[in-house]
Design a protein around this ligand. Structure first.
Ligand code: SF4
Length: 387
């Protein structure tokens, strides 16, 4: 089964901490962009040896909610005409609170969207201002209410912790307020000060206090405890869900299964090849219009691609699979996929990380996963597998 990712690189305003491939003030390109996406879907689908089965579709960004329901209608018609979409497919849309009307949500639901992911980030007005978000917390409450009335039964809310000058109490208040909205899924990320963003530059110049890592660790630990208490099961380092509401699209990435990426800067992984498309919107549209013949899974917009050698694929499996906090890496699955025993390939690293208390075997001994302590230093654990 395949997954499809569509990148929608338009935002009303570029937030100071963001390093995603997204652009403000280019909304006039949206109609051409939608046309290019449809053309890309068609070109990739006809280059595949068969009609591919698809079980998840995800529109991320950027701010996907800047496209109209009519434009999504066109896109989904093209997708359904090009791939075999399963009847129970998860179809997700990322949206910024305050950018979706009730009418648009009803239309999107009718078109087949069944999961909505809202970038809340914080419930505190000062923090939202600092992050340069265009919404206030009341927009979040309104967006959730309208989404529910429009028939969305699967909502994810994104939150960011470890903000400059954020106190534990203020973070706890954000979490409590968001829990009051009863989302089915929560994604909780630590702020990272990326190079090339205003936040990164301000922090290096001493204009922005850098987040305190110990305090951020306390926030994460408290969040794990509080969300468990509220009935959310953690299934990935940054993801919690009510039973049955795990994000199937993201699971596809973490389990190392194939996905096709469409749009400017989109990444994909299929047929043993990783690839990425041209970043700039105009360049992407120009490439797609060239319609040159490409070998699956690439489209004319792909500017970088490489076949993944088996050992690199095994390393990537360790990095992404260990993010799955409950599931971890299945011994049998690893063997089925690579024809090798997990311990024969990574025995030295695993023995050491288990000894350090960062990895553990499940009771049945059939799966390897992070311990509570390992989750706090996940990146250091992953690095041990990539040398
Ligand atoms: S709305 Fe999201 S994608 Fe757009 S600039 Fe802000 S953080 Fe980045």
């Amino acid at each position: 089964m395949y997954s499809l990712y569509f990148h929608i690189p338009f935002c009303v305003h570029r937030c100071a901490y963001c390093d995603f491939n997204t652009y403000a003030g280019q909304e006039n390109l949206i109609p051409d962009y939608v046309e290019a996406l449809c053309s890309e879907v068609h070109q990739v689908a006809v280059s595949a040896a068969r009609r591919l089965p698809v079980h998840t579709i995800f529109f991320g960004g950027g701010t996907p909610s800047l496209l109209s329901a009519a434009q999504y209608g066109t896109l989904l018609r093209t997708v359904r005409g090009s791939f075999d979409i399963s009847a129970e497919a998860e179809v997700s849309l990322e949206a910024n609170p305050g950018t979706l009307s009730r009418e648009a949500l009803i239309d999107l639901r009718r078109l087949g969207f069944n999961r909505l992911s809202l970038g809340v980030q914080s419930a505190h007005p000062q923090e939202l201002l600092m992050l340069e978000r265009i919404h206030g917390y009341f927009d979040v409450i309104e967006a959730v209410r309208t989404a529910r009335q429009s028939g969305f039964g699967n909502l994810n809310l994104d939150l960011i912790f470890g903000l400059p000058e954020q106190t534990l109490g203020r973070w706890q208040r954000s979490v409590e307020l968001v829990l009051g909205l009863h989302p089915e899924h929560l994604s909780v990320y630590a702020l990272t000060l990326e190079h090339g963003t205003p936040f990164g530059r301000w922090a290096r110049a001493g204009l922005l206090p850098t987040p305190d890592p110990d305090l951020a660790a306390d926030m994460y630990e408290w969040t794990e405890m509080r969300l468990a208490q509220a009935g959310y099961g953690q299934y990935e380092i940054s993801s919690w869900a009510k039973p049955g509401n795990q994000c199937r699209h993201n699971l596809q990435y973490w389990r190392g299964r194939p996905y096709l990426g469409f749009g400017a800067g989109a990444h994909g992984y299929a047929a043993g090849v990783r690839y990425s498309n041209a970043l700039r919107i105009k360049t992407y549209i120009e490439h797609i219009r060239e319609k040159r013949e490409c070998r699956f899974p690439l489209s004319p917009a792909a500017v970088d691609s490489h076949a993944i050698p088996p050992f690199i694929e095994m390393q990537e499996t360790m990095m992404t699979g260990l993010r799955l906090t409950r599931e971890g890496i299945g011994v049998e699955e690893f063997h089925d996929r690579f024809g090798l025993d997990l311990m024969d390939v990574f025995g030295k690293e695993i023995i050491e990380l288990v000894r350090l208390g960062l990895l553990e075997w499940t009771k049945a001994g059939d799966s390897l996963r992070l311990t509570d302590r390992g989750r706090m230093v996940g990146n250091q654990v992953f690095m041990r597998f990539v040398g």
